[in-house]
Design a protein around this ligand. Sequence first.
Ligand code: F6R
Length: 612
Amino acid sequence: MCGIIGYVGHQQAAPILLDGLARMEYRGYDSAGVAVRSETKGLQVYKSKGRLQVLSDMIHGGADVEGTLGIGHTRWATHGEPNDINAHPHVSEDGRIAMVHNGIIENYMEIKQQLLRHGVTFKSETDTEVAAQLLEFHYNECHNMLEAVGRVLRRIEGSYAFGIICADYPNALIAARKDSPLIIGCGENENFIASDVTAVISHTRDVIYMEDGEIAVLTAEGVNLFNDEMDPIDKPHSHIDWDVSAAEKGGYPHFMLKEIFEQPEAVRKTVSPRVREGRVVLDDLRLTKEYIQGVSRIFIVACGSSYHVGMVSKYNWERLLRRPVEVCLASEFRYCDPLVGDHSLVIFISQSGETLDTMAALRETKRRGGRTLAVVNVVGSSIAREADDVLYTWAGPEIAVATTKAYSTQLVLMDLIALYLGDLLGTIEKTEYDTILHELEVLPEKLERVLASIEDVKYFASRYFNHDSIFFIGRNLDYAMGLEGSLKLKEISYIHSEAYASGELKHGTISLIEPGTLVVALGTYEPLFDKAMSNVVEVKARGAEVLALATEPFKEKMAHTADSVIAVPETHPVVQPSLGVVPLQLFAYYVALQRGCDIDKPRNLAKSVTVE
Ligand code: F6R
């Protein structure tokens, strides 16, 4: 959602804040702002609607703003439309306190009414301004900022990561978190707060992950941490070992394209350390054979593309484990009184590890006694920390809002877990185990081959980019993969698109097919290839234009009926979606490019969804 940055040290704060915001702009980009304190000018606040560049131009890259203490914010609006007034930081009525916030304060209306009765006036429609005004109210009562922050945190309900500065505390930056990510970057004679390590990695690799209920007071010299009782606490520091260049475009026009091309390497990094002597080794997984034998239900819970990984995995896991697997949208699962108990294994898939719905579903599962296993990309994220077990996808930082390499690494990690559990349960034939594992190991080379055929996809994108409605159809794993292909297309190109199980078309949706409608027919699941072909015939008979996807051996057969065919190398059916999804990602990318869309930052979206 929103991105927060804060700096205290001896350098000019504003350029550092802008640089940090630029690295987190993927988190939200409808407005941005900074507040910096200086000896001579007091608190200076600059904010503006629109992209960060507008703000940066306004203050000449920060050069105009004096001061070595400041906070910054890039917003994804929840309360109040994106405009200059609703942009953060929000300042208290007397102008002494500035605050940036990520999250939602659920009882803000009630608090606002109370403050209005005390004569406080408000400028914006935001819940954050209410928190800033409440802080001033308590500060005026107790004259101690830390105490006042504690009172505010006890009063508000909802989720927050706060960065706070006060004109009366020229050397201190205050931070607090609950259900929204916040890290502390520890430098030499300077310290930082940020929503994401990408914002501080060019300054320091030494970070502290804040936990719910914690408060931090940062000065240039050090960091003091407190728990929710305001008792001082000590916390371990973590070292970030990935390269800064991983969070930069490196010559690609967009992060999305770069990340699509990083997939072979990301898959290799996720798979190869987990294969030893022909076996899957999951050192971090503490599920025993006895435990897994007693599991009666497996749930996979996630949102968006991560949910689509769950859809693919359902087919694969049921095939390999012979256990029922239910895939649930986290936003539904948390409120559906889920039938989770002692004998349930619940897998949570999340790139960011911060998605609020997934997090809430995880907590609900633990409350009901279910065992939780998280598949997460961001190390140290909330979901990773709270799950009973965590397995990381080693995709590296993913910056484009539309996920690609995180999706692919989630997919292969879920395949590895299935092999591992299937082996424990004795439900996988040895030859099938060996073949799938081999195919996962050679997948990076096959992915390179798919990426080498980029020109074909570019050509089809230029042919079809002006359609205003596109259907993806497929059966079994092709259907599950089509869900992701369709989401990729709609989120970045804004073309209306739906994915259907091909067999369902005739139960209603086929009425939408008319001469010229573009249907992307997925026929890579070889066991049902003939069925896929008959669905192509069905839509062709109604005038559809068909762009098909098939494995190389089936390309020619598909070409008899479809208008155009993209071929991908053949692999084991369990692994096939890992290859098939790549042309769909590229297709979405090039269609969006042709349409002039803002590919890395599609409208209304944000990378990490930490609100409900
Ligand atoms: C789509 C996309 C989203 C995320 C979803 C869950 O390209 O990226 O649909 O998959 O918001 O996010 P995570 O995986 O971070 O929980």
